[in-house]
Design a protein around this ligand. Structure first.
Ligand code: XLS
Ligand code: NI
Ligand code: NI
Length: 441
């Protein structure tokens, strides 16, 4: 087979002193951190859409990157060339997982039947490529936002024909995911939301979305899918308002419709920040509800109000992300999917490599620092101490176990008189502590 990234080498770990741009400075797959190798902690995944499809097209201009890989776009030859490119890329970088939308894999045909036949062909090809390699499918999904038919959403659409078409796509995307051994199946509600309430029956739409998800779970389980379903929350863009605004909203929705046993969250950094939260916030909300499923690892630009999908470089964020993941005991069926793309002027093959090296190194360093934070113990110790009035008093323990009454609490308040101030939050100290961990070996 013809090498596609022929001037680019296999990327290896060379350590932080290396000046080789095409080497890992922190990601050392076999290094042990808290009892597991980095490779086991960090299930890095390549997003088919950004890496193999996106050319840098934006609303002001054409693409800058050539992703033809020697074949004419819109053909099955091109679909296969993308598979070849993707596998060469993953092997050279040591990426062990990939994620896909149905229409990332093949060009959409005029009918569902024809598209499905193409999907059968390409998944045969991918499956054959996977044989004997340490490369796996993290999750699959259906693109139910790109085609004009989905202008009003998929599950939330006003048209029952569009709804059934979406169901058809989900069914096939689930078939493909199971065929490729995928660990998860994602619902990102691309256009599940509204532009104006003047034309929208919100309750009706949300009930329909839940019904579609229920059907997906039933079908998935019937064909042997044992992984997790994920909702990927996002507050806005493309719709003015999206129903899965953030983790808290999506979890409430899942519980309301009895879907919480089969679903978890796929938290994307840039989506959390668009919702006005930190990345860590949405990870924590998911984790404390037992719903931290997977992560779309990217970052936004705080000066811009949209989903810029950049490769993660902010090590404070990756550290706090890995801190949440480690404390949650890891991601069962999830991973770190680089839902990230190169900036438009970074249009070369080498830039594709450099983007992943940046992302993988940022998370590897984050993992090292998160482990240090946990092993250091001062942060945890401080938090524990901060709530100790509940654990060290009788009334505190009664409140925690749900046995206290309002009258009992009031009697204690009367007896004790005005309470002392609750103790310093010591935020500045804790931020210094974090800095010390970040900048000391
Ligand atoms: C878009 C989303 C999308 C999902 C998969 O903002 O992040 O890429 O991850 O549909
Ligand atoms: Ni995403
Ligand atoms: Ni996104």
């Amino acid at each position: 087979m013809k090498e596609i990234f022929s001037n680019l080498p296999k990327v290896c770990y060379e350590g932080p002193k290396s000046q080789n741009p095409l080497a890992f400075k922190y990601y050392d797959p076999e290094r042990i951190v808290m009892g597991k190798t980095m490779k086991e902690h960090l299930h890095f995944s390549m997003a088919w859409w950004h890496n193999l499809c996106a050319t840098g097209v934006d609303m002001f201009g054409a693409g800058t990157a050539d992703k033809t890989f020697g074949a004419a776009p819109g053909t099955m030859e091109h679909a296969k060339a993308k598979v070849d490119a993707g596998f060469e890329f993953m092997e050279k970088l040591g990426i062990r997982y990939f994620c896909f939308h149905d229409v990332d894999l093949v060009p959409e045909a005029p009918t569902l039947k024809e598209t499905n036949a193409r999907l059968d062909e390409i998944t045969d090809y991918i499956k054959q490529k996977m044989e004997g390699k340490d490369i796996h499918c993290l999750w699959g999904t259906a693109n139910m936002f790109g085609n004009p038919r989905f202008m009003n959403g998929a599950g939330s659409t006003n048209s029952v024909d569009v709804y059934c078409h979406a169901a058809g796509q989900i069914k096939k995307a689930l078939d493909c995911t199971v065929k490729l051994g995928g660990e998860g199946y994602v619902f990102w509600g691309g256009r599940e939301g509204y532009e104006t309430l003047l034309n929208t029956d919100m309750k009706f739409e949300q009930e329909n979305i839940a019904a579609l998800m229920k059907m997906a779970v039933e079908y998935g389980r019937s064909i042997g899918f044992t992984g997790d379903f994920f909702i990927e929350p996002k507050p806005k863009e493309p719709m003015k308002h999206q129903y899965d605004f953030d983790a808290a909203t999506a979890i409430g929705f899942l519980r309301q419709y009895g879907l919480d046993k089969d679903f978890k969250m796929n938290i994307e950094a840039n989506h959390a920040t668009l919702a006005g939260h930190t990345f860590q916030h949405d990870l924590r909300v998911s984790a404390m509800n037992g719903m931290l499923g997977s992560v779309d690892a990217n970052q936004g630009d705080y000066l811009l109000g949209w989903d810029t999908d950049q490769f993660p470089s902010n090590v404070y964020d990756t550290t706090l992300c890995m801190y949440e993941i480690l404390k949650a005991g890891g991601l069962a069926h999830g991973g770190l999917n680089f839902d990230a793309k190169n900036r438009r002027p970074s249009y070369t093959y080498e830039d594709m490599f450099l983007g992943f090296i940046l992302g993988m190194d940022s998370f590897a360093l984050g993992l090292i620092k998160a482990a240090k934070l946990i092993e250091d113990g001062r942060l945890d110790g401080f938090v524990k101490e901060r709530y100790s009035s509940y654990t060290q008093t009788e009334i505190g323990q009664k409140i925690r176990s749900g046995k206290a009454t309002l009258a009992e609490c009031a009697a204690i308040a009367e007896k004790n008189g005005a309470p002392a101030l609750p103790g310093s939050g010591r935020q500045e100290y804790l931020e210094s502590l974090l800095n010390t961990i970040m900048f000391t070996d």
